[in-house]
Design a protein around this ligand. Sequence first.
Ligand code: C2E
Ligand code: SIN
Ligand code: SIN
Ligand code: FE
Length: 386
Amino acid sequence: MTRAEELENRLRLLVNFGGVVSKETNLQKLLEIIAEQVKTILGCDRCSVFIMDRQTNELWSKVALGMQKTEIRVPFGRGVVGNVASSGQTINIRDAYTDGRFTHEIDRLTGYRTRNILAVPLKNVGGHIIGVFEAINKASLPFDADDEGILQLIGSLAASAIENAQLYESLSKSQLETIYRLAVTAEYRDQQDTAIHLRHITEYSGLIAQGLGLPEREVENIRYASPLHDIGKVGIADAILLKPGKLTPEEFEEMKKHTLYGAKILCNAESSLLQIACKVAGSHHEKFDGTGYPARLKGEQIPIYARIVSVADVFDALCMPRVYKPKWETEKAREYILEESGKSFDPAVVEAFDKVYGEILKMHAIGDGKATIIPGITKELHKHTF
Ligand code: C2E
Ligand code: SIN
Ligand code: SIN
Ligand code: FE
């Protein structure tokens, strides 16, 4: 390849890189994608992305040790990586083992033989160093000035994607915690076991979304938004919500308002997750044939999230005891869901429900006494999914 051809080739890879990287919001996956791309673009054997941890003044990275990934940490200012982070300067080493800055620790850990290293700082738009890129063992020659330029360029593209992913992760952790607390508040009055009900709704909704083939991001969204579907019940009086028998028509009219209350509580939220939760709370009692409430929406007018949670909700309501009804056998509940295809429920969603029904049953077994569970374990379980 001539130099011009090589540069053109790299440019093409770079354009592709921007597209690939901007879509991923999961930090760990993003770092893996970046490392893969850098290896291809530079033609080197390894690439590690080190991320600055300001709390401990270290840089961390995940390295593969056999089948497993281990986190390694380098102190700021130490070794090649630490020096790049503290100086903000690129370091290009032709022969690692004769360079005083190179620490052999990672090679010792991985059994890998580092020959040449190109390490560049990762700077955000404000010019702050958020990490270091380290490319190792270029196939033929040591890294040259072109490689330096290109790795710096990749670094600036990657830095903003990495910062976004970091922001997204920290945001969603606190968002998820808030959501779970809200959900517990909403459910604890009329459910015998709030944790189990919320877990069922979460898992059933996620499984159905998967069965529908929705992208992983949407599956996650629906998992986290679904426990809030009945948040509006906080606005319903005990006399109605906890009534042991059948509701009068007037009482049921009042009860229906839990959808409106829920949507109101969650509306205008900035977080996309709460926006989805708002749609679910407002529309989970709409029916596919247009006979539901509160707005008598029909078919695709009902947000897909609500069409999914509606199936999960009714299946769980039927299979669990309520103050106003005993629990149904799961098979009877499944038949009911299938019968209501095209009436209460979106046929595509019912089909997905049936496809993942085996998994749903397994989840159902947790908490209805069929599976052995030690008290406290379910609580642990759902703590972990967050
Ligand atoms: P929920 O108990 O969580 O029930 C959610 C949905 O599951 C119900 O929405 C309904 O579509 C379905 N479902 C629950 N139990 C049965 C059942 O025995 N047969 C059938 N065919 N479907 C069932 P729905 O009807 O819009 O009710 C919304 C909420 O209103 C219920 O949430 C519950 O909190 C309350 N509710 C409904 N009916 C009664 C009642 O007769 N007495 C009391 N105390 N509350 C009721
Ligand atoms: C370092 O000295 O900073 C680490 C070198 C390596 O990654 O092997
Ligand atoms: C729950 O199961 O309690 C709700 C949230 C989750 O598990 O992801
Ligand atoms: Fe509801």
